[in-house]
Design a protein around this ligand. Structure first.
Ligand code: SF4
Length: 248
């Protein structure tokens, strides 16, 4: 028998079948109001979604995980976005006590030393603040696309996020890179200038590099790791839950 959550997701999937991205956003904003939010890291997809959200509501709820290690260009994009759309963006910070303990024990560049250390850093700087924010919501919106990596090929537009216990909406799941950039150009959307310097995917400054021609979109993220490990735990569903349980 289906749980209430599965029934709700099935209902949304059937009611939004065939919806384009902007129409899907309008639907979720009408359904969830201030209980649905966009998680933005100011990459190209997030900027497209911000532009669309501002067209379907005057009060979009947008937040970012400020890890403290973001590149300056991401802060510049945040500032430009606030000013262009006249919107608030909520900055979520990590718990400073856990950060102090981590850096004092493992050093500031611990992520290069092992996958375990890298995941610890992502857990403290990203997952815990994300959990705090998502606990206030019924649904979250993110810019995942199936084309982005081997870990995202089955990305659905609407799904139950088992790791965080709420509905996850990915309106651009079936968009191509070209489609994203066509939208940005056509609608004059502010974008992160690192995209002009060979960064198709942008995360924290020490864990992101430019990619070479022909390389995979996410080859510059945690470039020292195997592709199958290249997620920070924000989008792993049950796998993220299990990994975090292992650390307890
Ligand atoms: Fe830490 Fe790098 Fe993860 Fe950012 S991407 S939280 S710096 S390990």
């Amino acid at each position: 028998m289906k749980s209430d959550n599965e029934k709700l997701v099935s209902q949304i999937i059937s009611e939004t079948a065939g919806f384009e991205a902007e129409k899907l956003l309008e639907y979720v904003v009408n359904k969830f109001g201030s209980k649905v939010a966009l998680a933005s890291s100011f990459g190209a997809e997030d900027q497209v979604l911000t532009d669309m959200l501002c067209k379907v509501t005057n009060e979009p709820v947008i937040f970012t995980l400020d890890t403290g290690r973001m590149p300056q260009e991401s802060y510049d994009t945040a500032q430009e976005t606030r000013e262009k759309y006249g919107i608030a963006i909520e900055f979520m910070f990590p718990d400073y006590r856990r950060l102090e303990q981590m850096e004092n024990q493992f050093g500031p560049n611990l992520f290069y030393e092992s996958i375990e250390n890298r995941k610890l850093c992502c857990n403290i700087r990203k997952i815990e603040p994300l959990k705090r924010k998502l606990a206030q919501l019924d649904a979250w919106i993110c810019g995942l696309r199936a084309e982005q990596s081997v870990t995202r090929t089955a990305q659905a537009k609407v799904e139950w996020d088992r790791a965080f216990d709420l509905i996850k909406i990915c309106p651009l799941a079936d968009w191509s890179t070209e489609h994203v950039w066509e939208y940005i150009r056509e609608h004059d959307v502010p974008y992160n200038k690192l995209h002009d310097k060979g960064y198709p995917s942008i995360g924290c400054e020490p864990c992101t590099r430019a990619v070479k021609p022909g390389e995979d979109i996410r080859a510059g993220r945690w470039w020292w790791e195997e592709p199958i490990h290249k997620e920070c735990g924000l989008h792993l569903g049950k796998r993220a839950e299990n990994e975090q349980d292992d650390k307890k």
